[in-house]
Ligand binder design. Structure first.
Ligand code: NAG
Ligand code: NAG
Ligand code: NAG
Length: 362
């Protein structure tokens, strides 16, 4: 979280967006061709809205502007509702899964407005991951009020492009209740969205908006598919999930889940908003304080200790670290690039790179 020289930011942003221009031009061209074909053959649906690059092994990852990471089945389902087509008209769509039946997970990554580079990096790392067809994982970057003139432009442009940012009503802080503000603001935020979309009942958000809400750090690497797999069989009420602290502990009731990434079910999100316990006591190490609320409120009676699927980076070895291994859900303390590189290499994140004459990466 080292501060960066402000002058570097515009250059990076421009670098990122300029490289997207040919990409979008290509998509637009594809869309134009598809539309022409539709006119000729009277096809009922177009997939252009969601960019499917057929033939690539990546072709069931779709990035919706909302920041959702969905599979192509979702995209097709989404299109069905936006065009009011019955799902049966979507030919290749054998496993239609309605919004209501998906496991919905929100991951809020607490970060700072000025961490432009970290966000663009994390988007790269998360938007290239696949999640199962019946799971929706929304990743949002969460920070407090903007304080600088240039943030109003850069952050607004990021939102226009990715729509994956939550700005809380607070002054930036780590242990003065930012986590409280995050959890206690969600109900109102997702309720409002409900109202805006209620013209047609089919586009209304299901309840709860998310089965599980996670708080993550911006130096944690989550493997989304493993996370979803691990949450799926668990209770959807009164759940408190994560890596239990102290590190030697295997008992999820002793004492609390590490701030690297913990999840709770939606009823606990509502309780945090409504209860006096968190309202009166939210100063201190955020993860420990969160655990104390649940203890005082006798909440989180369903607990899951994800140790050792979640752990600190192996070096230096500590009571909280673990070797990288295939069953990993999250690796924490990825502060500097070499740790990220080692982790991403270990998990073969580039194995789906499509061969092409346009590049060669040895
Ligand atoms: C934001 O926080 C300030 C100070 O805590 C408070 O006065 C204000 O009412 C809040 N605004 C909203 C929209 O909640
Ligand atoms: C955050 O910004 C909003 C509007 O930009 C303002 O109303 C609010 O008081 C600010 N909150 C804090 C805690 O500074
Ligand atoms: C990464 O790929 C190598 C070589 O194909 C394989 O041996 C290894 O098991 C893979 N690692 C993971 C975590 O999937």
């Amino acid at each position: 979280m080292a501060p960066k020289p402000a002058s570097a930011i515009p250059v990076e942003i421009w670098g990122c967006c300029r490289s997207l221009v040919p990409y979008f031009t290509f998509i637009l061209l594809l869309c134009a061709i598809t539309s022409l074909n539709q006119l000729r053959y009277g096809a009922l649906h177009s997939r252009c809205a969601f960019m499917i690059n057929s033939g690539s092994s990546m072709d069931h990852i779709i990035h919706l502007p909302s920041g959702s990471i969905l599979s192509s089945q979702h995209a097709a389902a989404h299109q069905a509702s936006s065009y009011n087509l019955p799902p049966s008209l979507l030919a290749s769509d054998q496993s239609f899964i309605s919004h209501e039946n998906r496991l919905r997970i929100l991951i809020g990554i607490l970060t700072l407005a000025d961490q432009y580079q970290r966000r663009s990096f994390l988007r790269l790392v998360y938007r290239t991951q696949q999640v199962p067809a019946n799971v929706q994982i929304d990743i949002k970057f969460v920070f407090c009020n903007l304080t600088k003139e240039e943030q109003r432009i850069w952050v607004a442009l990021e939102i226009m492009l990715y729509d994956d940012i939550i700005i809380l009503n607070c002054t930036e802080n780590m242990d003065l209740g930012k986590t409280y503000t995050y959890f206690s603001s969600l109900w109102e935020m997702f309720k409002d969205e409900d109202d805006q979309h209620s013209e047609s009942s089919s586009s209304r958000r299901p309840y709860p908006p998310y089965h599980y809400v996670m708080k993550g750090d911006d130096d944690t690497y989550f493997r989304l598919e493993k996370l979803a797999e691990s949450l799926k069989p668990l209770p959807r009420e009164d759940l408190y999930y994560g890596f239990v602290i102290p590190c030697e502990s295997k008992d999820p009731f002793k004492h609390y889940m590490s701030g690297m990434g913990f999840a709770v079910s939606w009823d606990i999100v509502e309780w945090v908003r409504d209860s006096d316990i968190p309202r009166r006591h939210h100063v201190g190490p955020e993860d420990m304080v969160f655990g104390e609320w649940l203890k005082m409120g006798r909440k989180g009676r369903n607990r899951h200790n994800a140790k050792w699927s979640m752990y600190n980076f192996p070096e230096p070895p500590t009571h909280c670290s673990h070797e990288l291994w295939p069953e990993t859900i999250a690796v924490h303390l990825l502060k500097k690039e070499p740790r990220w590189i080692k982790t991403l290499k270990y998990f073969n994140v580039t194995r789906n790179l499509k061969p092409s004459k346009l590049y060669h990466i040895p």
